[in-house]
Design a protein around this ligand. Structure first.
Ligand code: FAD
Length: 436
């Protein structure tokens, strides 16, 4: 049985930040890390750019290969933790290795959701959340005549894969269950702009639709998909990108409190003493929603990993809460969404009625700026094609600044630091106001 002071399950953003935070406070305490991915830590958001040949494989690795050695980490890579015994403070790996810990971090991230559908085991059907997925898809494309692909799911991951496939001259059809793509992060207008841009580069978006069946073409391989209305779409490749769910099975089976994600307190401690959780796996405080919920983005995982690491190493620090945000170029269109972008989705009617939207939509130029206000404070933005002031808006959201005195400038193209009150401007320049 291996014994360690700190044990981290996971080897991605939350885990790496936790390692660094622990080592800031405790240089020598023994530290083990286990990940069922066999490779060194890599940037998950870049895997679609790797597929599309925009970045080389080496560029995915954002920490040097000496990272574990320099941080005195005993890394078990390619090993899965199959059980957790909270009472005896130990885990068991799939090769039956036992590890006993004093403090544990669950940084288990998310797992892709794949609904049952006939044909899903045919060669040419993939999910797309890991480097291994990206390598497999790349290999498949290189060794087969892939001319047409179907991407199931029009969310952020589906669209990032679509971009990569289009860059490889593969014709893509997106199939989306909702009545528009990007429905989780955008409003109708922003979704339509991206749908139009995709159409402009030859990509079809079939909304209000779903794949009923994947059919065989050549023996054992994908040849087409059949949609719920019976339409058949020929393709040699299917990427299932319906969504990612917090990976909570280990925690749940161990008796740790779980909802959609692992539940944590403000110190990111779970319902069990000495066990912490961070990143995509958790449901932590969302400053805008004013409730706990999963925010599956990299900056949140990094921040939570760091804070969990400090707390594990005996340096108490509270997590102040996160804000959902996405900054991504889709079909050549730069976009940013932050916070609550569509008040109509709010369940709390009273809060919804207290919100106000100001916007500037220039349809011909596909420029869209939308600001959601609550009590004269910005709680959400969408920027499409004009994103250069995103950092300032995000600072105003985080710092809960009353915008009454400069509201009339908010949507102007020359809105900038000079439009802000002098005192806040000083904070923006010298403090932590701008961060995106
Ligand atoms: C294709 C794609 C594009 C993305 N693009 C963006 C973007 O543009 N911007 C952005 O902010 N975010 C983006 N994200 C989200 C971002 O990657 C995640 O928020 C971030 O990776 C979360 O980090 P994490 O450490 O919480 O978990 P993860 O990165 O999910 O890592 C969890 C790790 O834990 C391991 N693990 C889980 N359970 C076990 C177990 N039982 N035993 C051993 N190991 C285990 C997993 O194998 C994995 O290595 C993207 C995600 C994907 C998939």
């Amino acid at each position: 049985m291996t014994k360690t002071k700190y044990l981290i399950i996971g080897n991605s953003t939350a885990a790496v930040n936790a390692v660094e935070a622990i080592r800031e406070k405790d240089r020598l305490g023994s530290l083990c890390l286990v990940s069922d991915e066999p490779c060194h830590t890599y940037s998950r958001p870049l895997i679609s750019y790797y597929l599309g040949n925009k970045v080389e494989e080496e560029q995915l690795f954002y920490r040097p290969s000496s990272f574990y050695y320099l941080n005195k980490v005993q890394a078990f890579l390619g090993d899965k933790v199959v059980s957790l015994d909270c009472a005896n403070k130990q885990v068991v790996l799939d090769d039956r290795t036992g590890i006993q810990y004093e403090k544990l971090l669950l940084a288990t991230g998310g797992a892709p959701f794949v609904p049952e559908m006939p044909g899903q085991n045919l060669s040419g059907v993939f999910t797309f959340t890991t480097l291994d997925d990206a390598q497999q898809v790349k290999k498949f494309i290189a060794s087969h005549q892939v001319k047409k692909a179907v991407v199931v799911g029009g969310g952020l991951i589906g669209l990032k894969v679509t971009e990569a496939l289009l860059a490889l001259d593969i014709q893509v059809t997106i199939v989306e269950l909702a009545d528009r793509i990007l429905s989780a992060t955008f409003d109708r207008t922003a979704s339509r702009i991206i749908e139009r841009a995709l159409k402009g580069i030859g990509c079809a978006c079939l909304t209000n639709s779903t794949v009923k069946e994947i059919r065989e073409g050549e023996p054992g391989r994908v040849g087409s998909v059949v949609l719920k209305d019976g339409t058949q779409v020929d393709c040699q490749l299917v990427i299932v990108a319906i969504g990612v769910r917090p990976r909570v099975d280990l925690a749940r089976e161990a008796g740790i409190s779980v909802n959609r994600g692992i539940l944590v307190d403000e110190h990111l401690k779970t319902s069990v003493d000495d066990i912490y959780a961070a990143g995509d796996a958790v449901e932590a405080y969302d400053l805008i929603a004013q409730a706990a919920r999963p925010i599956a983005i990299l900056p949140t995982a990094a921040r939570q990993g760091k804070i969990a690491g400090y707390n594990m190493a005996g340096a108490p620090k509270a997590y102040e809460g996160g804000i959902p945000m996405n900054s991504v170029e889709l079909a050549g269109v730069p976009t940013i969404s932050v916070g609550l972008t569509d008040p109509s989705t709010l369940a709390d009617g009273e809060r919804r009625n207290g919100m106000e939207v100001i916007q500037d939509y220039r349809e011909k130029d596909s420029v869209y700026k939308k600001i959601v206000l609550e009590d004269n404070r910005i709680v959400g933005i969408i920027l499409v094609n004009k994103i250069d002031r995103a950092g300032i808006y995000t600072g105003l959201i985080k710092d809960k600044i009353d915008i009454a005195s400069f509201r009339e400038y908010l949507l102007k193209d020359d809105f900038g630091l000079l439009s802000l009150p002098r005192e806040y401007r000083k904070h923006m320049v010298t403090g932590q106001g701008i961060e995106i």
